[in-house]
Each structure stands twice: as C-alpha cells, then as structure tokens.
Design a protein around this ligand. Structure first.
Ligand code: HEC
Ligand code: HEC
Length: 417
C-alpha cells in the first residue's frame, strides 16, 4: 500500500515537472525571426561608436582627461556653483531626477541621460546641435544653466588652466584681459551682451572663440566615453541564443519575458525604440501634452534652422571635418511641418532609474507613460503609435520588462591613477 502511494506521488510529481518544463519552454520559445530581433536589441550588437570627424580630439586621452575636469568645473558658471555634473551627476546615470533641469534657473526641458551619446547624430530633445562639442557650448552660455560667457571661459582658462590647455591644444591664443568686458557673448536674446561682443576687436573675438571651441571639444570627447554595459536583458538574450533555456529562466522573471514579447510584438515599441540603444535617433510627435505655464514647444520643427545656422555646426569654420564628412547635416530633412512637436526618441537603457519621463518630465512614473501610450484617443494617435488594445495586465508586463534594461554605465575616469 505504501509503495502504491509512493508510486502515485512520484507520478504526480513527474507530470507537474514535465508541465512546468513545457511552460518554461513555451515562455522562452522564440521563432528564428524573433531571435533576430532580440539579437538586434542586444548590447553585443552595438558597434564601436563612429568617430566624430568634426572633433580632432575625439578619442585623444589627454583631451578626454581635461574634458572630464571641465565637466566638473564649477568656475565655468555665474555663481561658481554649477557644472555639467550639477544636472548630469555621474552617480545617477548622468541625469537628475527633476522634471526640468535646474542650474542658475530652470530649463524648459528635462535633463537628458548621457549614456551612449556618442551614437546620437543629433543632440538635445530637438537635435539643434550636431556634435557633442557643439552641444557642450550651449549650456555654458545659457542664463538658466551655467549663466556664463565664452569671454569668461577664456579668462578662467588663462588664469587656471594655461599649462594643461597648452599640453593638449598648443599655445593659448593671446588676448588682453585688461578692460575686457566679461559679459560679452554673441547671444541674440541678450542685446547688451551681444553689443559688448560685437564691439570687441576681431583678434580678441577670434582668440576667445578658439579657446571656447577647444573647451567644448575636450568636454565633448569626455562625454563620448559614457557607455552602457550589459543589463539583465542582454544576458537573457545571450542565454536564448545559446539555447540555454534554464539559464535564461534565471535571468528574467516570467512577467519580464512576457513584457519583452509585447515590446517586440503586439505593442510595437520597436517601431521607434530599436537597435542596441533602444532608439532610432529620429524625431517623433508622440502627442505628449505640453506643460501649462511653459512657452509652446514645437520641438524638432524649430531646431532645423537652429542647427543649420549654428556657428559651431559640422560645416562651420571651427569644425575639423571636411564638408563631405558632414553627411548628417547635409542630408537632414528640412520638413518643418512633419517635425512639428517632434522630439528625439530617448534610449530606454537605464530608463527605470531616471524618472520623471518625457521631454518636460510630464510623467512621473513608467506606469503613467505606458497608460498615456495606451489611452491616447484614437483620433489623436499617430499611425506609428498603433499598438493594439493592451490590457492593464499587459502594461504591467511591459513595465516589468523596462526594469530589465538597467546596468551602471562605464566612462573615462582617472581615479585609479
Ligand atoms: C541646468 C541643468 C543642466 C546643465 C548645467 C547642463 N545640462 Fe546638459 N542637458 C540639460 C537639459 C535640460 C537637456 C535637454 C535640453 C534640451 O533638449 O533643450 C540637456 C541635454 C544634454 C545633452 C544631449 C543628450 C542627447 O542625447 O541629446 C548633452 C550631451 C548634455 N546635456 C551635456 C551637458 C554638458 C557637457 C554640460 C556642461 C557643459 C551640460 N550638459 C550642462 C540640463 C543641463
Ligand atoms: C512613434 C515612435 C515611438 C513608439 C512606437 C514608442 N515610443 Fe516611446 N518614446 C518615443 C519618443 C519620441 C519619446 C519622447 C517623447 C517626448 O518626450 O516628447 C518616447 C518616450 C518614451 C519613454 C520615456 C523615456 C524617457 O526617458 O523620458 C518610455 C518609457 C517609452 N517611450 C517607452 C515606450 C514603450 C514601452 C513603447 C511601446 C508601448 C513605446 N515607447 C513606443 C517614441 C516612440
């Protein structure tokens, strides 16, 4: 009798374990096509970043080291308290957790994470800059960010960084500090500063610009070293591609795997969040509501002219690129109508670590972002945001999946030396 019971129990156990094995297999069974998609999102598919032809110091270790110092330099600010790291702190994925960036004042947009920025052909939510060095020169002269001027930067370099500057860039251009109007900068939105700038001797303007551009190129070279590392999602894909189902099942939870299936399938998130950085680097209008109290923001549409006329763009005299190397700029679309209200698709790597979300921090949780995507009224939904009728449960799966994309970034650091 006892034997009979033992037999029954072991048979039951066998049935249950075969069933779970089947369930496990089902959960982790991907078609060849799906495996190709998973592989395309896998970090291992990320090629080395393309060189920045407009920055001859890109990849130069001495410039990167100096750029890192500049990134943390508080003296490049009106109150001596703001540096790039104020809004892009390294211990928080190089982003803050505020709806809108806060330096000398508040910006109208949310601080962007800097992971994998070397892959982005356009910088900022609207892409009004076409290189990381040209980008770096924006915040320094913005009254709400560093609240500084290029003239002041040149003076700080001359006083505190002359030797280090010269070791990287050659001799510091000469300019006379006596009587130099420190508030001079060529900003159209600040007529006083603009007048001071315009009336400077040509030689001084040239010297100041040369120093300013080199500071930008050093910072740009440093920022380009900030790279993602493998997240649980990437380790999961590796296991799946090896056929190691058991290993895979230990990396992502069943909910996360279901979320991944939706992400690349029914929910069509990979229409835009594709490739190993989970972005197409394009601009889309996702109908995110504008914030009350802020000036209307039409995103990419207004940035098209800005980047074409930018004094530091790839075709400018300060760029190290040959004109034919400026393909991004030369072949960019100028379709202002198409890009009205469009913003750059953000990377989803480390997304769970950096609430709030969207270009002005409109949503404070991933839950809100996902409900926004789903609950958009049909007549407002752009065709590329069509993603079936996702249930609340499915939104939860997607949210869980997004949490599998986090891993600390790597970047140039000289701490060990
Ligand atoms: C006051 C906060 C603040 C400071 C200071 C600041 N940033 Fe930012 N950063 C932002 C905000 C906000 C955005 C998005 C702005 C926009 O789209 O108009 C941004 C965007 C960027 C981007 C674009 C990333 C992408 O994917 O397109 C880079 C790169 C960047 N910042 C680097 C820097 C560097 C380098 C400095 C120092 C020279 C700096 N930031 C100083 C808040 C700040
Ligand atoms: C049509 C292209 C497109 C599709 C499809 C799309 N997204 Fe996005 N996504 C964007 C753009 C553009 C933004 C930024 C919008 C803004 O700030 O105005 C964004 C923002 C986000 C953010 C906020 C990230 C941040 O740093 O602020 C998350 C999370 C997100 N998308 C997840 C998803 C998920 C999940 C799906 C599938 C259900 C999806 N997206 C489908 C283009 C798209």
């Amino acid at each position: 009798m006892r034997r009979f019971f033992a037999f029954i129990i072991s048979t039951l156990f066998l049935i249950v374990s075969i069933n779970t094995a089947y369930a496990l297999d089902d959960l982790h069974r991907w078609s060849e096509r799906e495996k190709q998609i998973l592989k395309s999102l896998w970090l291992g598919s990320l090629p080395p970043p393309p060189k920045d032809p407009s920055n001859r110091y890109d990849g130069n270790p001495a410039a990167i080291r100096l750029g890192r110092k500049f990134f943390f330099e508080n003296r490049f600010s009106g109150n001596r308290k703001v540096s790039c790291a104020t809004c892009h702190p390294e211990n928080m994925n190089f982003a803050d957790n505020l709806p809108r960036g806060h330096g000398m004042g508040f910006t109208n947009r949310r601080t962007m994470p800097l992971i994998g920025v070397a892959y982005s052909p356009w910088l900022f939510w609207d892409g009004r800059k076409d290189s990381t060095w040209a980008q770096a020169l924006g915040p320094i002269e913005s009254p709400v960010e560093h609240g500084f001027t290029r003239t002041q930067v040149a003076v700080v370099i001359k006083r505190f960084y002359k030797d280090e500057y010269e070791r990287v860039f050659g001799s510091l251009p000469d300019f006379d500090e006596t009587g130099l109007p420190l508030h001079a900068k060529p900003s159209p939105d600040d007529p006083k500063a603009l007048k001071l700038w315009v009336t400077l001797p040509e030689k001084t303007k040239q010297a100041v610009n040369e120093i300013y551009v080199n500071v930008g190129k050093a910072i740009g070279a440093f920022v380009r070293t900030i790279m993602p590392t493998k997240a649980p999602f990437d380790r999961y894909v590796e296991a799946i591609l090896k056929g190691d189902i058991e290993g895979a099942s230990k990396i992502l939870t069943p909910m996360q795997v279901k979320g991944l299936r939706l992400f690349i399938g029914k929910a069509k998130c990979i229409n835009c969040h594709n490739g190993p950085m989970f972005t197409d680097y394009e601009f889309h209008n996702t109908r995110v509501p504008q914030l009350e109290g802020l000036p209307p923001d039409d995103g990419r549409a207004s940035a098209i002219v800005k980047v074409l006329t930018d004094e530091f763009n790839c075709l400018s005299r300060y760029s190290d690129a040959k004109p034919w190397q400026c393909r991004t700029l030369r072949f960019m679309s100028t379709d202002v109508f198409r890009y009205k209200g469009a913003f750059k698709t953000p990377t989803l790597r480390n997304v769970a670590e950096r609430a709030p979300y969207m270009h002005a921090g409109q949503f404070s949780t991933l839950h809100e972002v996902l409900h926004f995507y789903r609950d958009m009224p049909a007549d407002k939904r752009p065709p590329d945001l069509e993603h079936g009728d996702l249930t609340d449960q499915e939104l939860l799966y997607l949210e869980e999946f997004l949490k599998a994309l986090s891993a600390p970034p790597v970047y140039y650091t000289d701490e060990k030396k």
